[in-house]
Design a protein around this ligand. Structure first.
Ligand code: SF4
Ligand code: SF4
Length: 501
């Protein structure tokens, strides 16, 4: 039962609903492009070269960086190039990628995990299977799952996030409907790893089919399934914890600080595959939707296949399109559909190009304040961000803004508020870093001055001590001289007496 709802948020109906949520298996792509730079950490180093034959699931690049996972070939075939390619990122920049041409055979490497009787496996072995299978957060974060699970202590509750992060995305709904058994078993694996007493799977109340499927396979007393209101941004981690457990996580703290671990449903299913079979993560489910698409759908597709590979299966119309990776609210606009699908590509929006509303002056209606799900005052933040007063914006908890764009969505003046906030955060970070660098430089200068002064003082003290020593020595020398002179005088006197005699 829900403990608490949250104020704010917006109800946005799925703009392109479908009758039945399916998963279509996309055909093997002719080639895949696999970026070596992952969401965080070092760029992976290839362990294959151009001309090498590779099997599906073979490790083709890795790094010693603990926050990285190995990169696997997602098809069998030949490495035809290792060079810079445009990757799906808002910067539009290029990054080094391994390109494999398919041999059409899809021949796999051999893999073996703990098996379905996984409870005999220890925690460390399970986490190593998760790392070596390349599992990262598939809900969009891309954070390596093994790094999140290692070192967990005092976890009382595991939350499995089955809410779609944004309206229009259907991949997790499809997964829950079609793979409920693997998800439930994945939850049991996570309970074993985290040592939590219970797990709650959160499903939005407009996903009745998904709920029914999960209920059918859930026979574990420690796992419950909760329906939560279909309201954007109920899937945000802190809000979900507040709704399900009534626990408010303070600013700057994380779920684990209050004894909770959250995982997305798709990550949970991938963890099941990793632990039971040690099966490398080489595909994912992607939703293709948008106003430029006749048949929105979900596709199970190999990583590294191009967006175009599945967009072409969704009957795009002949209009000019704007392409967006991720959701309609927090996704990223990209230039082209010739980009590789990555582990965090949960959705591709293909929209007809529309005339954008022009931005007007703020009319101080306060609607943005009501819509903010984390209880900020976007109207105030806007004024401070606009005037570049980032310190003041930070006083209004700018750092807690999750850039969900609920405020943008309701703003009658069409002000891109979240863009202002994102920019203000970056500016504040830079100013803080600059200030830090200035402070360090000033401290270095002050220390140098102090050091020179101290050297001067020590030198003067040393000279004074030497001088004193010398004087003392000279004084000693005078006594010695007197003694010698007296001895000489005595010798002289004795000699004279002897001569006179
Ligand atoms: S919703 Fe827009 S117009 Fe209204 S107060 Fe907020 S920023 Fe101003
Ligand atoms: S973008 Fe930030 S300020 Fe706007 S509603 Fe979301 S959390 Fe609140």
């Amino acid at each position: 039962m829900l403990r608490q709802s949250f104020s704010g948020g917006v109800v946005i109906p799925n703009p392109h609903p479908v009758e039945t949520v399916e998963i279509i298996s996309a055909p093997l792509p002719d080639k895949v492009v696999l970026p070596l730079q992952q969401r965080i950490g070092d760029e992976a180093i290839p362990c294959v070269k151009v001309g090498d034959k590779v099997l599906t699931g073979q490790v083709i690049a890795k790094t010693e960086d603990h926050f990285c996972v190995p990169i696997h070939a997602s098809i069998s075939g030949k490495v035809v190039s290792i060079d810079e390619q445009i990757i799906p990122h808002k910067s539009g920049l290029k990054s080094k990628c391994i390109i494999i041409e398919s041999d059409g055979k899809d021949q796999w490497v051999k893999y073996k995990g703990c098996g379905t009787d996984f409870l005999h496996c220890d925690r460390a072995t399970m986490i190593e299977y998760i790392r070596s299978s390349g599992i990262v957060g598939l809900g969009g974060a891309g954070f390596p799952a093994h790094a999140k699970l290692e070192g967990i202590q005092d976890c009382h509750t595991l939350i499995i996030n089955g809410t779609e992060c944004e309206p229009g995305i259907m991949c997790d709904d499809a997964l829950m409907q079609h793979h409920p058994q693997e998800i439930i078993r994945g939850v049991e694996i996570l309970l074993h790893i985290c040592g939590a007493q219970r797990a709650i799977i959160a499903v939005e109340d407009d996903k009745q089919e998904a709920l029914n499927s999960l209920l059918m396979y859930c026979h574990n007393d420690r796992i419950s399934i909760e329906q939560i209101p279909t309201k954007y941004t109920s899937g945000a981690e802190k809000l979900l914890i507040k709704m399900l457990l009534g626990i408010e996580i303070p600013s700057g703290r994380f779920a684990i600080d209050v004894g909770v671990v959250c995982q997305n449903v798709a990550t949970t299913k991938a963890i099941f595959d990793a632990v039971v079979d040690n099966k490398p993560l080489i595909s994912r489910i992607v939703t293709v939707t948008g106003s430029g698409i006749e048949s929105p759908n979900n596709y199970e597709v190999r990583l590294g296949a191009s967006f175009e590979h599945i967009v072409s299966m969704s009957n795009p119309n002949t209009n000019q399109h704007a392409i967006r990776m991720g959701g309609m609210m927090m996704g990223v606009d990209v230039e082209t559909i010739h980009l590789p699908i990555c582990k965090i590509t949960n959705c591709i929006f293909v929209n007809n190009i529309e005339v954008k509303f022009s931005t007007q002056e703020c009319i101080r209606c306060g609607q943005c304040n009501q819509a903010c799900p984390v209880d900020l005052l976007p109207q105030q933040l806007y004024w401070h961000a606009k005037s570049g007063n980032t310190d003041k914006a930070m006083d209004y908890n700018l750092a807690d803004c999750i850039e969900c764009r609920c405020c943008d969505y309701v703003c009658p003046s069409h002000i891109p508020l979240a863009e202002y906030f994102s920019f203000a955060k970056a500016l504040h970070r830079k100013t803080t870093e600059d200030q830090y660098r200035t402070d360090i430089a000033r401290e270095r200068f002050e220390f140098r001055e102090y050091r020179l002064d101290r050297n001067k003082r020590e030198r003067a003290e040393m000279m004074a001590a030497k001088k004193k020593e010398l004087k003392k020595k000279m004084a000693n020398d005078k006594t010695q001289k007197d003694k010698i002179a007296a001895a000489m005088a005595r010798i002289k006197k004795t000699k004279k007496a002897s001569d006179d005699a």
